[in-house]
Design a protein around this ligand. Structure first.
Ligand code: NAP
Length: 436
């Protein structure tokens, strides 16, 4: 058996469940293979695509590249053609496939939910599109609930292409009476788990609910449906079945429903473990704001691990930061820093001090989305007095005031909380503890 490489390609992938699920599927089929996350920046997709693909046997594609990869491929399968979107590519044939609809239909089947009668689809995005098309293709009477005019456009497209009638409503006009309600909005998804796209009363007379959200595995909407005695299905089986279909495409794998059910249970448990328990805390701010000293004190106080991303970079590269800047330039350094941020974001129960420039990059802010992000706000005179004499710090020269002023609004935007960090370590620590 030879080891081969597969991957997920997208823009921001820090919290993806794909590596976990695909590794389980490879294990189940007795194959040795890697499954990696490959983040490609938006302006580099076309230039990096061929080289990236040539190093892989197959890959999945996610937001925002499901349409953009199409001109880069040799051809499309029937489903990919029908939806105008690709989420799985077989490198040898160069063909792009779409396994989302398959995953949705399989998940309904294993949940014992029929796709028939009156179907209400909540949302009008990518997933809602697949669900509404499949329901209309199955001959259902479909209603789309949308908060904007985009629902009307989707309804018209389906009616035109399939020659059927479509109804479009606002969420507030929904009164119940559906055979199946499908939530294809992110409302109720972690961390906003107390939200629901519909009220309990709006499910009156409904028979089944399928919620595409897989984190948490039971949403508030699902709890409403269970209270009403409706049949209920969640998003994890869909995620696993659409992944399993990729393996069928890549190497003709065959899976039994009981095996997939086992992976769904493992994935639910992994998801719960990743997102429960204390969230890690990220401290950001300009050099000299006290991220390391306050971070160490905070970690000791809370019994958490302390991690400094700059120290991780130095350890990983075996060079001082100034040497890394000198050898690969700022762009090279920022790439290494991003990879380290993604690794640090996966830690649970840690206090993470990030380099002064890290949170000025949106991709790093996104990587730390599941953490509590705190900006240590110290005035320029404070940081200057603290570190002005330290010549080992890069970028701390006459341009520092300008840099400080340009970064300040970015730190604020990247953080959940701002804490005054002009005082001593103990003072800042107390402020953070009050806040937490
Ligand atoms: P998307 O393309 O961004 O679409 C999201 C849709 O939800 C849009 O129609 C959006 O309306 C609507 N929406 C967002 N917030 C809303 C709110 N507060 N009230 C009402 N409508 C709201 O996302 P997607 O890719 O379709 O994914 C949607 C959900 O399905 C996500 O939770 C995703 O994780 C899940 N999903 C699960 C699977 C699976 O395998 N289980 C697969 C795909 C997606 P506007 O257009 O007005 O913004």
């Amino acid at each position: 058996m030879s080891r081969s490489s597969f991957a997920l390609i997208g823009e921001h992938l820090a919290h993806s469940m794909s590596p976990f699920i695909h590794k389980q599927l490879f294990k189940l089929s007795g194959r040795e293979a890697d499954y990696r996350l490959i983040e490609i920046e938006s302006d580099k997709l076309e230039s990096e695509f061929d080289l990236t693909a040539s190093q892989l046997k197959g890959f999945n594609v996610t937001i925002p590249y499901k349409q953009r990869v199409i001109p880069l491929l040799k051809g499309l399968s029937g489903d990919a053609e029908f939806y105008g979107a690709v989420n799985c590519v077989d490198v040898k044939s160069g063909i792009g496939h779409n396994t989302d609809a398959y995953g949705f239909l399989k998940a309904l089947e294993v949940s014992g939910i029929e796709l028939s009668g009156k179907v209400l689809v909540l949302g009008n995005g990518g997933a809602a599109r697949t669900v509404a098309f499949e329901a209309a293709r199955a001959g259902c009477e479909v209603t789309i609930a949308s908060r904007s005019d985009k629902g009307g456009l989707l309804g018209k497209e389906i009616a035109r292409r399939l020659g059927c009638e479509m109804e479009v409503l606002r969420f507030s006009d929904i009164k119940g009476g559906y055979d199946l309600v499908v939530n294809a909005t992110p409302v109720g998804m972690y961390p906003n788990v107390s939200a629901s796209p519909l009220e309990y009363e709006q499910l009156e007379g409904c028979r089944a609910l399928f919620d595409l959200i897989y984190n948490p595995c039971q949403t508030k909407l699902m709890r409403y449906a269970l209270r009403r005695g409706m049949k209920v299905g969640g998003g994890m089986p869909m995620l696993v079945w659409q992944a399993a279909r990729s393996h069928e495409i890549w190497y003709s794998a065959e899976f039994k429903p009981a095996d997939i059910e086992g992976i769904v249970e493992l994935a639910d448990a992994e998801m719960a473990a990743q997102f429960s328990g204390p969230r890690s805390i990220v401290l950001c701010g300009f050099m000299g704001c006290g991220k390391s000293s306050v971070g160490k004190a905070l970690a000791a106080k809370l019994g958490m691990e302390f991690v400094d991303t700059d120290a991780l970079i130095v350890e990983r590269e075996g060079k001082a930061i100034s040497e890394i800047f000198a050898s690969v330039g700022e762009e090279g350094f920022r790439q290494i820093e991003h990879e380290v941020c993604v690794e640090a974001a996966a830690l649970k129960n840690a206090v993470i001090a990030v380099g002064g420039g890290a949170m000025t990059y949106e991709r790093n802010v996104k990587a730390f989305e599941g953490c509590t992000r705190i900006f240590l706000d110290a005035a320029f005179d404070t940081v200057k007095a603290r570190i002005g004499a330290d010549k080992s710090r890069p970028l701390f020269d006459e341009g520092a005031v300008k840099l400080y002023n340009s970064r300040l609004p970015l730190y604020k935007r990247a953080s959940d909380h701002t804490v005054d960090a002009n005082g001593g370590i103990e003072e800042t620590l107390e402020r953070i503890l009050d806040l937490l």
